[in-house]
Design a protein around this ligand. Structure first.
Ligand SMILES: Cc1cc2nc3c(=O)[nH]c(=O)nc-3n(C[C@H](O)[C@H](O)[C@H](O)COP(=O)(O)OP(=O)(O)OC[C@H]3O[C@@H](n4cnc5c(N)ncnc54)[C@H](O)[C@@H]3O)c2cc1C
Length: 578
């Protein structure tokens, strides 16, 4: 029996931490677990050390989408495209930050990584045949067929490991029920409009209630939760030793080679010798206030990342101590996303990332000056870039997402769910603002009243015709897919007409960081002379994003995280003669 299938819940004795292994992986997100499973599949003895109480990191909270052109899931659907097309697109988006060595390695290994996991592990993917690239107007952009998502997973298959895994962000679920992007989400948003959707939702909710009654939690895992569950199952099946509450604090080196690490665990400090390699996969620095000061553009406003608090830059510091370099030349150091802060009953603040609600028809975003500043249906990264540009120096970086009653009834707004879920708690907590008139809403939010009236008059006038002359909402397929096809002629545009009106404040946040440790195309960490540091690898967001700070499509962090995790494992095995 593997160490993991014998593993226990936190109430039971802790599994013994091995003193040595072939490969020590720091962090249990998609990057770390992909490296661990792939290395174990090559016959290596692998230990995963996870600082948090639960496995999975940001990956467990994610949408679970991977952008991997030519992946086997879409090819099985008959989708084929010229080998060069993704390169053309990336060249157009990345400009002079396009790095052929890194991109070439990624595009070549991505499908092989996906084939390995699909054929030899519990990780299975569904095709993203209709998921368009973010910048549909650029050469080489695809209207679909470059992504794949983790298939939903039955939590029962994880056994005791299920209680050791991070659950989804509560605000993105419905009473703990994870809603899968795509068809599932469509039905949830149309439950009061179509009978088919109504039956889909009542079926899902009934099964969820039964799971809550029997198991006290959701058992049908979707999105990033399904991805991590599948990776954990695969790691357990391959005999990977998984240890939570074990934080790496120092790397050990001998004659210039990384040979292991010191880690803090529940029973004090331990040393693990890694005979072949240490893989840093600690998820970047989205919660590292100090590095944010030097790398983020909005120093005047605290950054509210949607990533877990444990991702506070340990991997980058460990890498630097071993001679590695953190890149500072990316166009953007983070994967920006507007986030709203949701007061929770326990006094803490949840962070809701606004990834798709902004594209629905009948919403605008304004600053405190009462003016729109960007295309609200744009990808989250671009939306935030628009807000950074629109915020005068020294002013807080914030905006309001404003909608009318029709909108909130149909789609909800951020953490507020659509009808018939009550809004009362969010109004009481102050998360959701309401005004009987737009003027009243402006006063409640502290928005310039006269300017807002002018903005709305201009927007509504054109919106009656489905147009947005100012910012061109609905002009790319990505925007329209996230809109509402029932609204024509433009799925992203409708006037705000019906009182009362509502608003939610958004602040700068992120899904993770892009700037990370410099590596080569084999995921080997490089020193100041750009030479590999023997025995040290970086993957996931600890490795600097191969996209150079750009955000070409959904899935451009998990795709490379798993691919370079797989590449790291192949490199370690091959370099050490396996
Ligand atoms: C809501 C949301 C949706 C998203 N959707 C997508 C999507 O669909 N597709 C996509 O590509 N990206 C998505 N992202 C971004 C993506 O989730 C992250 O970029 C990705 O998960 C990072 O993976 P990782 O393996 O590098 O880090 P993580 O998954 O964050 O894992 C890092 C782990 O390292 C641990 N750790 C930190 N320090 C130490 C230490 N000293 N010792 C041991 N362990 C340590 C952390 O606790 C954490 O568990 C989303 C993000 C969010 C928040």
């Amino acid at each position: 029996m593997s160490q993991i299938s014998a593993a226990t819940t936190s109430a039971q004795p802790l599994p013994t931490i091995p003193q040595s292994c072939d490969v020590l992986v720091i962090g249990s997100g998609a990057g770390g677990l992909a490296a661990a499973v792939s290395a174990a599949a090559r016959g290596l003895h692998v230990v995963v050390a996870e600082k948090a109480e639960l496995f999975g990191g940001t990956s467990a909270w994610s949408g679970g989408w991977l952008w991997v052109p030519h992946n086997p899931a879409v090819r099985a659907e008959g989708f084929e495209e010229p080998a060069e097309a993704p390169r053309t697109y990336l060249r157009a988006v990345l400009g002079n930050r396009y790095d052929e060595a890194m991109i070439g390695a990624y595009l070549e290994a991505g499908p092989r990584m996906a084939e390995f996991f699909s054929a030899e592990t519990e990780v299975k993917f569904l095709p993203g045949s209709k998921v368009p690239d973010f910048h549909g107007h650029l050469p080489g952009a695809a209207t679909g067929g470059r992504s794949m998502v983790a298939a939903p997973y039955d939590g029962r298959k994880l056994g005791p490991l299920l209680t050791r895994m991070r659950a989804p962000i509560p605000e993105t679920t419905f009473m703990g029920l994870g809603i899968a992007s795509g068809v599932d989400l469509y039905h949830f948003l149309h439950a009061t409009r179509h009978w088919r959707s109504f039956f889909h939702v009542t079926g899902r909710v009934a099964r969820h209630m039964a799971d809550l009654a029997l198991h006290g939690r959701a058992m049908r895992l979707v999105n990033g939760n399904a991805l991590i569950a599948r990776l954990l199952r695969s790691a357990a099946d391959r005999g990977v030793a998984l240890h939570e509450r074990l934080a790496c604090v120092r790397l050990l080196t001998e004659a210039g080679r990384v040979t292991g690490a010191e880690l803090d665990g529940p029973e004090g400090r331990v040393t693990i010798t890694a005979r072949r390699a240490v893989v840093l996969a600690a998820g970047g620095f989205p919660q590292d206030g100090l590095r944010q000061q030097s790398q983020f553009p909005h120093r005047q406003t605290p950054h509210s990342s949607a990533a877990p608090r444990e991702n506070n830059g340990d991997g980058l510091r460990l890498g630097e101590q071993a001679g590695g370099q953190v890149r500072t030349d990316l166009s953007d150091a983070g994967a920006w996303a507007p986030v709203s802060l949701v007061p929770r009953p326990d006094g803490t603040l949840g962070r809701f990332p606004h990834l798709i609600d902004r594209a629905k028809p009948g919403l605008i975003a304004v600053t405190g000056a009462g003016t729109r500043f960007t295309n609200e249906a744009a990808p989250y990264h671009d939306f935030m870039r628009g807000l950074f540009a629109a915020t005068p120096p020294g002013q807080p970086v914030q905006a309001w997402l404003l909608c009318d009653s029709t909108f909130i009834h149909r789609y909800g707004l951020g953490a507020v769910k659509p009808f018939p879920v009550p809004k009362r708690a969010h109004l009481r907590s102050g998360y959701l603002k309401r005004g009987r008139t737009l003027a009243e809403l402006a006063r409640v939010c502290g928005i310039d009243e006269a300017a807002l009236a002018t903005t709305l008059a201009a927007y509504n006038g054109a919106a009656q015709r489905g147009e947005d002359p100012e910012f061109g909402r609905g002009t790319t397929l990505f925007q329209r897919v996230n809109g509402d096809a029932a609204t024509q002629p433009n799925p992203c545009v409708a006037p705000l007409m019906r009182a009362p009106f509502y608003a939610v404040r958004v602040v700068p946040g992120s899904l993770g960081t892009f700037a990370g440790l410099e590596t080569d195309a084999k995921a080997r960490m490089l020193d100041a002379q750009h030479q590999p540091i023997p025995g040290l690898f970086a993957v996931g967001n600890d490795m600097s994003s191969i996209m150079g700070g750009a955000y070409p499509s959904g899935g451009i962090t998990l795709g490379p995280a798993m691919t370079f995790g797989w590449i790291a494992a192949q490199t370690i095995a091959t370099e050490t003669g396996i």
